[in-house]
Design a protein around this ligand. Structure first.
Ligand SMILES: Cc1cc2nc3c(=O)[nH]c(=O)nc-3n(C[C@H](O)[C@H](O)[C@H](O)COP(=O)(O)OP(=O)(O)OC[C@H]3O[C@@H](n4cnc5c(N)ncnc54)[C@H](O)[C@@H]3O)c2cc1C
Ligand code: FES
Length: 293
């Protein structure tokens, strides 16, 4: 390749997919490294050949022995089959993971699901809220070497919950994209909702793809804004996952099984789903209204 040539975007599906029965065999791996990232949030690295093939937006089922198994975005480091997960404490499963130390064992299944698509994208806007920044960072890492212009709106309730600020800012600058931080309490960046800034940025820019991940109310608004601007959009959904592999049905939205048909869905599909951003299901499958914050 000559010096000024733009590298091709990494292909999204060059090899035959690994059969589900192989992905679903739990691998027990030692934790190699633990890093404090933000309030009640830590990153854990481990070595896992299959996990290292995860595409941005795909997830693994991570088992904290004796407690629970929870879905987590997988971030391959790009060499030596090292994978990182970043875990924010929410309940029992994530709490047990946060107590793990270097050398402790965890289980991994996957990677599962459909990730973000990016063929032909040249000017992308990412809008990430809270832990939604995690798969969007994985996507930004993949896009930047191919000189896709990446702009990022990173939102959180408060400064202590902002994730990966330095790396995201650096990657956006490298590609000539913009980087905006919003917090609900004004403790960092602009005191505003990420969607408020997204409306402004979408009016000013000429993006060809919008990606979002975070609270569902936020994603609904982003998908609607992208629709009004006639820009293709994708969102990474969170539902309660039990099997993580399309068997139990606990993660349904409309007629879709989020762990298998998603977790990333296109704006066209999501706009047709009345539940999206409005209601979800609790652990027993009962519909519950999503609160706006
Ligand atoms: C595809 C996917 C990728 C994810 N990636 C990450 C990640 O990279 N980092 C991270 O910190 N978290 C991530 N999550 C969220 C994480 O899986 C949940 O926080 C976790 O399963 C909660 O389990 P728990 O045992 O700690 O909490 P529980 O004790 O099971 O629940 C605590 C509370 O959280 C609610 N809850 C539990 N799971 C979910 C869910 N999936 N969606 C919405 N509400 C839920 C419960 O209803 C309950 O109110 C991801 C979720 C999905 C579906
Ligand atoms: S979590 Fe079981 S079908 Fe999706």
């Amino acid at each position: 390749m000559c010096k000024d040539e733009t590298p091709e975007l990494p292909s999204m599906s060059t090899a035959l997919p690994t059969p589900t029965y192989v992905l679903s065999r739990p691998r027990v791996v030692p934790i190699l490294d633990v890093v404090d990232e933000a309030s009640n949030t830590k990153s854990f690295s481990f070595r896992d050949k299959l996990g290292a093939t995860a595409m941005p937006g795909q997830f693994g089922m991570i088992w904290a022995p004796g407690t629970d198994e929870v879905p987590m975005s997988l971030l391959p480091r790009g060499k030596d089959d090292i994978v990182t997960i970043t875990v924010k404490e929410r309940g029992n499963g994530t709490g047990a993971l946060l107590r793990k130390k270097k050398g402790d064992l965890i289980g991994v299944r996957g990677p599962y699901g459909r990730g973000f698509t990016y063929a032909g994208v040249r000017n992308a806007l990412m809008i990430g809220g809270g832990t939604g920044a995690i798969p969007l960072l994985a996507l930004t890492r993949i896009l930047t070497p191919s000189r896709v212009r990446c702009s990022f709106i990173l939102g959180a309730h408060t400064q202590r919950e902002l994730l990966f600020q330095n790396e995201i800012e650096r990657l956006c600058k490298e590609t000539g994209g913009s980087y905006i931080v919003t917090t609900d309490d004004g403790s960092a960046g602009t005191q505003a909702l990420a969607t408020h800034e997204a409306a402004k940025v979408l009016r000013a820019g000429s993006f060809d793809r919008v990606y979002t991940c975070g609270p569902e109310v936020m994603m609904r608004k982003v998908i609607d804004l992208a629709g009004e601007a006639r820009i293709a959009a994708e969102a990474g959904l969170e539902r309660i996952f039990k099997c993580g592999s399309g068997i139990c049905g606990s993660c349904c939205i409309g007629s879709y099984i989020v762990c298998k048909d998603g977790p990333v869905f296109s704006g066209e599909i999501l706009r047709e789903l009345p539940e999206f951003g409005r209601s979800t299901r609790d652990a027993s499958g009962r519909p519950v209204i999503i609160k706006s914050s």
